[in-house]
Design a protein around this ligand. Sequence first.
Ligand code: JHZ
Length: 385
Amino acid sequence: MPNGFIKKEQIKDEEWFELACLYCTKCSLVQLTCVVDPVSMFKHYSYIPSTSKIMMNNFSSLAASVKNRKKLTSESFVIDIGSNDGSLLSFFKSYGARVLGIDPAENIAEVSRKNGIPVETLLFGKTAAKKVVEKYQKADVITGTNVIAHIDDLHQVMQGVSTLLKEDGLFVTEFPYLLDLITKNQFDTIYHEHLSYFSIKAWDYLIKQYGFEIIEVERTFIQGGSIRLTHARKGKYKNEFKHTLAYLKNLEKIHGLHDKSSYDQFSIRVNILKNELKTLLLKLRQEKKQIVGYGAAAKGNVLTNFFDVGTDLMDYIVDSTPYKQGFLNPGKHIPIYPEKKLLEDQPDYALILAWNFADEIIEKQSAYIKKGGKFIIPIPGIKIV
Ligand code: JHZ
């Protein structure tokens, strides 16, 4: 599993799941073939967004844009689905709004509560939404960043949102955009936590069934290219983004997102990338260079497994997340250490597995580069810095 970091003694019990996609010829949605039990994946979670400055800036900008549109007061109630450590809600709280997180990860909910952000530890759906409405009230704003694609039953998501949101409420969601995934070879963002890969066409097909419309759309560079969508019930707000939506749908068509054969071509491109990267790493190893990984991202676990990069090619991975340090990455069992080990050891090359944070990492590790260290960025194509 992508976030299934383990200890050495757990290797014998490690679980493996198929990783493959299906394409719907009717609505163009891309989904995984295999659904892993969400309780086992999310009850104890190791990913926290607040370790990244870029992620925090993104949350800050999302909250600010909602505030501009919705005029938040101390009466406003904001709910975040997949609230993690409460990072996004902390911005809404700073605007005076009442906030509540919904997240199944008990370990991270504790962190959130310590940060002053209350959480209901629930998997989101219609039942969870009903419980929250009974205990609290309906929400003025519902947010959900990098979480909707993690939920198997998308109809449950929209039923939940519809149950939980006031008539004039806003629903804001952000997820990696399929257009970026396909055009930038981001195959490694395909993993068990992400069950759906959305184009605007597929997403629009879903939300229309529940009486919602997209009233604002923005492409962001988060996670290598995401899309932030603001929704309201049809006709409640002025929709100034009709042309942008039509433009994006057309762009998706041009890039073949609505046509199955484009996905076969994508697969060929990924296999070419695999050959190129493996050839480079093998060559460096023959030259007796030390190679490590940077960022034990879930996507990095996909890359190391799919490209078959193990401890024969990569000595270890450094990562800033305390929950990951001291563990082995799933599948390939590469050990994970704190980031400071990079400067202590000064390896020749560091393969940036968290390539979406390449700029932030390179800036942070300028001392490593000054001493002659090199970074390899694998996606969208190999680049050595
Ligand atoms: P990062 C996660 O995927 C999981 P991952 C999840 N399923 C999802 O949808 C996506 O995010 C959006 C480390 N790091 O954010 C921290 C450093 O060590 O790309 C993280 O372990 N030093 C919710 O796991 C990893 O890299 C740094 O300076 O692919 C990045 O993981 C920085 C900036 C990060 O997400």
